[in-house]
Each structure stands twice: as C-alpha cells, then as structure tokens.
Design a protein around this ligand. Structure first.
Ligand SMILES: Nc1nc2c(c(=O)[nH]1)N[C@H]1C(S)=C(S)[C@@H](COP(=O)(O)O)O[C@H]1N2
Ligand SMILES: [Mo]
Length: 442
C-alpha cells in the first residue's frame, strides 16, 4: 500500500500543476509522462487484491480464455479477409437516407469510438447522391478530352502501370459539422456531429502526369470537369492549378484497392478541398476555359453571405477541431484523471497547435501525436484532473497558415442565415456533477 502511494505521488509530480482552469495539465505530461505512468498503473489501474496476488503465485491470469476452455480447444481457422472482433460489432457507421431513394444520403464515421488518425476503410464516411454503383474494372475507362492536344482513354490495366504516390489525406463533406445554427444545441455524439470526415492513406497517380500526356496548355485551359459514373452523374469543376498540383487519381485506400463506397475503381482526390470535389467512380475529365456550372455546383455547395449573395467555388475546408472523448454519450466515472482527446485538421496544410479549455476562459496547449501531416487528421491529447464539478470542454485549432477557429457566434455573423456548409466554429461538451456529458454552445 505504501509503495502504491509513493508511486501515485511520483506520477502526480510528473504530471505537474494544472496550467489552465479546472485542472488542465501541461502537455509535457502527455509527451514525457509515459515513464511516470507506470507508477500510476501499479497504484490505481491494475487489480492488486488477494485474487491477483494468488494469480501471480500460480502464474495464471485470473481471467483468460485459456481458463474458460481446455488447453486443447483449437481457435478459429484462417479467413481470407479479416473482420473486427465480434465484441466490437457496435463500432459502426450511423446513416441517414432519403426513404424514396435509399442510396441517397450519408453514413458517418463513429469518431467517438475510434482513436488514432487513420479511419478503417469499412468505417470511412459515405456521401452518395444516388447509390454505390457496381463497377467491374474490366468495363471501366477514364476519358480525358476537351482542350487537350491528344484526347486519351485509359483502361484500368493501363492506369495500373503508371507511377504512383502515397499520401495520408482527410476527406470532409462541406456539410460536415452541420446544424450549429440551430437555437438549441443538438444532443448527439461526436460521430453524428463531425462524422462526415475520414482520413485514409491513399495511393494513386498524380493527375498532372495524365494531363501532361494529354497535352494541356495551362495558359488557356483554366478548368477541368470531373464526372462520376454513378446514377447521379455527379460532376464538379476543378481549377487547373489544383488539377496540375497535388490532385491524384486514387486507386488504393489504406493499402488495398479503393472500396466501392469510396469510388472503386478510382476517385479524384483533391487534398484539402471540400468532399464533393473528390469525384468518385471517376470516368471523365474534360479540360475547359471556364467552369462548367454543373447542377452539383449551382444548386449546392455555395456559401451564403450576410447580404444575401452566395460565394461560389469556395473549395478549401477550413481549420477545425473537436473533442472526441469525453463527449456526448460518455459518462465520466467519478473525479480523477482523464485523457481529453480529439481531432484537428485543415485544408490549408498542417495543424500548428490545438488549445483546450475546461472552463471556457483559460487554455492549455494539447500534445499533438506525431507525425503531423498536411491535410490529414491530427490527434491531440491532454491530461485533465476532473474535480467532479461542472466543466465545459472546448478545443481550438490553429493551422500553419495561422488560421484559427472562430467562435460559433463569430462564424454565424460572418455568413447569411441558413448557411450550412463549412462550419468550423468552436464546439463544446459540458459535464455536470453526475458526470453526464452534453452538447452546449459557448
Ligand atoms: N460520383 C460521385 N462522387 C462523389 C459523390 C457522389 O455522390 N457521386 N459524393 C461527393 C460528396 S458530397 C462527398 S462529401 C464525397 C464523399 O466521399 P466518401 O463517400 O468516399 O466519404 O464524395 C463526393 N464524390
Ligand atoms: Mo459532401
């Protein structure tokens, strides 16, 4: 018992004093606290009762599958494709769709149940305007035409022989983080609120290689129409600088061929741009002098300004963040030490810093999990000593271009009423004395 107390004291010392109101600790405690944490584990987190002592003597873990079956019971056989543990089946996407057209709608990444920065492919969000088409790679081609010297058609076999690059990038729907203009804060979990956002490692062909082969003169050709082979024929206009810049024809997602939901056999990937621009099931690129003003960019994805005007072609997803844990649906287990963690991202590049507040007034800088990559999800973490009283948890991200998340009030003022796209205001979770976490406006 005595040594347990000492270990706990050592851990407390390593954590240091709070650096911001309501018990937020210095990020150093997270970056360098691992060694000290072993002290806490001995003191608080592991069972150390008579049963555990006896187990240590006998060398048998008190709870183990081996004690529940005989040593000779073999485990499950091999499978061609692995699936998550049967005990994790509730970690899934929630979805909403149009009853008259069940393929039209979206499913969301359950960020409140995940950790790390890469979204498992089966949990990548989906936004489909008319269902997921079934496309055989043998029956699919990519056409590049319009203002080019040589119109080209690529079979999948041909494309698979081109040089590729690999990058970790987020995809975020412009409609993510929606509903924050509502009079009352919506009581829903982090996935429901921020889950039209996912991050994968994408491998594909730099689009510039294909456009150069077709012969594009960027002094005359200013835009590129990208069209999908789905029933919605979803299409968007892309500025030629982006197309000749970091745009990619993505063929692989997290090491395997891109999932049907994400655009199999290929999608356009425009790092940092609103999700809608990342045309899935891509089959046609047309180079032109002007935007095409497709139905998808005239009826939607514009930004309503206070005077009633709408700004069009606002491509970049703004700097943003949210706390994924603790969050709505998460009940605190009494006063004590908690990890606050969440995600930050920006279409402008890397995340420079994330600050966290537990009292709505003072801020402590969070530790960022390396590597911090541009236009990717960045994980932040901070230790929090919850004293059991009411607290309001917020996060505020700054990107490398010095863009900072505005308050919700400032964001609402900057746009016309009902502007639903690209909300990046600061969001908050509150916990009461009972440890119930709810969504609040700050
Ligand atoms: N062809 C096609 N491309 C599409 C869409 C679509 O419905 N059809 N949805 C767009 C929208 S609105 C978004 S947010 C992203 C979503 O990508 P994901 O479903 O891979 O997450 O794909 C975009 N590309
Ligand atoms: Mo979207």
């Amino acid at each position: 018992m005595d040594s347990d107390k000492k270990a706990a004291q050592r851990f407390e010392q390593a954590l240091g004093e709070p650096v911001a109101g309501n018990g937020l600790l210095h990020r150093r405690a997270f970056l360098h606290g691992g060694a000290a944490f072993t002290g806490l584990a001995a003191a608080a987190l592991t069972a150390n009762d008579a049963l555990a002592q006896a187990a240590a003597q006998s060398g048998k873990p008190p709870l183990s599958a081996r004690t529940l079956m005989t040593q000779s019971t073999p485990g499950a056989p091999f499978s061609t494709y692995g699936t998550p543990s049967r005990y994790e089946v509730s970690t899934g996407r929630d979805f909403t769709f149009n009853a008259a057209a069940p393929g039209t709608g979206s499913s969301r990444t359950p960020h409140h149940l995940l950790d790390g920065t890469i979204t498992p492919s089966g949990l990548h969000f989906q936004r489909n305007h008319n269902g997921v088409p079934t496309i055989s790679p043998e029956d699919h081609t990519l056409l590049i035409h319009g203002m080019v010297k040589r119109p080209l058609t690529f079979t999948m076999d041909a494309l698979m022989r081109y040089p590729t690059e690999t990058h970790v990038r987020f995809v975020e729907c412009a409609g993510n983080n929606g509903g924050f203009g509502a009079a009352l804060p919506r009581q829903a979990n982090a996935g429901a609120m921020h889950g039209l956002l996912s991050c994968s490692e994408w491998t594909g062909i730099p689009l510039k290689i294909l456009l150069d082969e077709a012969g594009v003169d960027p002094t005359k050709a200013k835009w590129l129409l990208a069209e999908g082979a789905d029933a919605a024929s979803m299409s968007r206009s892309v500025p030629i600088e982006k197309a000749m810049g970091d745009a990619m024809i993505a063929l692989y997602q997290n090491g395997e061929r891109i999932r049907p939901e994400q655009g199999y056999p290929m999608r356009l990937l425009l790092p940092g741009f609103e999700g809608n621009q990342n045309v899935k099931w891509l089959h046609r690129l047309k180079v032109s002098a002007t935007p095409t003003f497709t139905k998808d960019e005239t009826s939607k994805y514009t930004e309503l300004l206070p005077g009633g005007k709408a700004a069009q072609f606002m491509f970049t997803q703004p700097v943003n963040s949210f706390i994924s844990r603790p969050s709505f649906g998460y009940d605190m287990q009494g006063p004590g030490l908690y990890q606050i963690t969440g995600l930050a991202w920006s279409g402008n590049g890397k995340i420079a810093k994330v600050e966290v507040s537990a009292d709505g007034k003072s801020w402590a800088q969070a530790a960022l999990t390396e590597p911090v990559l541009p236009m990717s999800l960045t994980r932040f973490r901070l230790w929090w000593k919850w004293d059991g009283g009411p607290a309001t948890l917020t996060s505020r991200a700054t990107d490398e271009k010095k863009n900072v998340q505005p308050t919700r009030t400032a964001w609402l003022k900057a746009y016309g009423a009902n502007q639903g796209y690209k909300f990046n205001g600061i969001t908050a979770w509150a916990t009461n004395e009972l440890g119930n976490v709810s969504h609040v406006y700050v």
